[in-house]
Design a protein around this ligand. Structure first.
Ligand code: CUA
Length: 403
């Protein structure tokens, strides 16, 4: 009795924590709070199925409990043995079959609806990699028209109220793309292209994370979908394709451009960056990550400060205060705030600085004990470049101009 008196309140408290935890209104990855057509289809299916399964579960447990208590061994004689009860057997076959059909029809029809691609209004290619997501927007009439490919990473920017089709694959191992408020999960597999529909009702930010174990920093492989009004999305596209503006000569930013070119541009592409030889010849700087890192690709940084996160969306480029402002924005206010990008006042310099100073210590990238180990002369992930604090100052000043 003492045991029951203690166990019951403990179990009740645990159940309350679990249930109420699921009800938190500000949980950014709560799939019980769908914010788009596809996630809503799943929600409309999972709730009734959960109720049906719950009722069946309660009935089964009650029947087992009844049998255990009612027929427990009291030293009584062995009951008379019988074989079979036709009515019960047929009934207990038909009833579950009917329940399964009742659950199966809406399930299969939802699976087909979620696999549709014929109503696509915007296509984005997504590539998973240890441990970040790359997005490229191919030339298309969709997405309001894209005339030049756009490449970005970390944050998937989409027009709100639009049927977006993600075509996803992977460069190395199996990853899984998931933005819980917009749709279910989709594995991204090397050598295959899997599609995933995304639709966001309102402008805003929808967080997600890789949901297939993919190595050391699987937990550091996050992502975010950012929905903008179609007008704001046009502005975003124009920003991504704007001409390169070099920092004014003699400034900290200009020194940063040189330092960036000498240390970072081998792997990270910045469109428009170029070097000028003493004789005036201008050569574009083209990143060749396949020569330096095992993965063969690194996030392009042309417009880094139009994003709000970095390093696989694991860290914010925004200070806590500026993140809070973004989260507090109404759907009407969100776009303008997001399009401001990272201002110097809003920059989370602490994490960015630590990252540039020693990336492997911030995000485990190699299982070996030597964080700087090389494979065929290539690093696994971003290495510690051994930059001085002055060089880091310059690079951060330069990166702040990348909008
Ligand atoms: Cu990528 Cu887990």
């Amino acid at each position: 009795m003492t045991l029951r008196r203690r166990t019951l309140p403990a179990l009740t408290a645990l159940a309350a924590v679990v249930l109420l935890g699921g009800c938190a209104r500000d949980a950014p990855q709560d799939f019980f709070q769908p914010e788009g057509a596809n996630a809503r289809m799943i929600d409309n299916l999972q709730k009734p199925v959960f109720i049906v399964a719950g009722i069946v579960g309660v009935i089964v447990f009650a029947a087992v409990a009844y049998a255990v208590v009612r027929f427990r061994d009291r030293g009584q004689a062995m009951p008379q043995q019988t074989h079979g009860n036709q009515l019960l057997e047929i009934g207990l076959t038909i009833l579950p079959a009917l329940i399964l059909i009742g659950v199966g029809i809406p399930t299969v029809s939802t699976i087909f609806d979620l696999a549709r691609t014929d109503d696509t209004e915007c296509i984005v290619n997504v590539t998973g990699q240890q441990w970040w997501w790359e997005y490229d927007y191919p030339v298309q009439e969709g997405c309001g028209g894209i005339s030049e490919p756009i490449v970005t990473s970390g944050e998937l920017v989409i027009p709100a109220g639009t049927n977006v089709l993600v075509r996803g694959t992977s460069r190395d191992v199996i990853h899984s793309y998931w933005v819980p408020k917009l749709n279910g999960k989709r594995d991204m597999v090397p050598g295959r292209v899997h599609t995933l529909r995304l639709h966001a009702d309102q402008p805003g930010m929808y967080l997600g994370q890789c949901t297939e174990f993919c190595g050391l920093s699987h937990a550091n492989m996050r992502n975010a979908a950012v929905a903008l009004t179609p007008e704001d999305f046009e502005t975003w596209k124009a920003n991504q394709l704007a001409d390169y503006e070099a920092p004014a000569e003699g400034t900290l930013e200009a020194r940063g451009e040189t330092t960036f070119t000498a240390n970072c541009a081998y792997c990270h592409q910045v469109d428009g960056l170029s070097t000028t030889a003493p004789d005036g010849t201008v050569t574009p700087v083209i990143a060749a990550p396949d020569e330096f890192i095992v993965a063969g690709a690194a996030p392009e940084l042309t417009n880094l400060m139009t994003r709000t996160t970095f390093a696989g969306s694991t860290w914010w480029l925004l200070t806590q205060e500026c993140q809070d402002r973004l989260w507090a924005a109404t759907p009407e206010e969100f776009g303008a705030l997001y399009l401001q990008g990272v201002t110097p006042e809003c920059l989370n310099e602490v994490d960015l600085r630590e990252w540039i100073r020693d990336a492997p210590s911030k995000k485990p990238m190699d299982a070996g004990t030597d964080a700087q180990a090389r494979y065929d002369g290539k690093y696994r992930g971003m290495p510690n470049l051994g930059l001085s604090e002055n060089q880091i100052d310059e690079i951060i000043a330069y990166l702040l101009t990348r909008k």
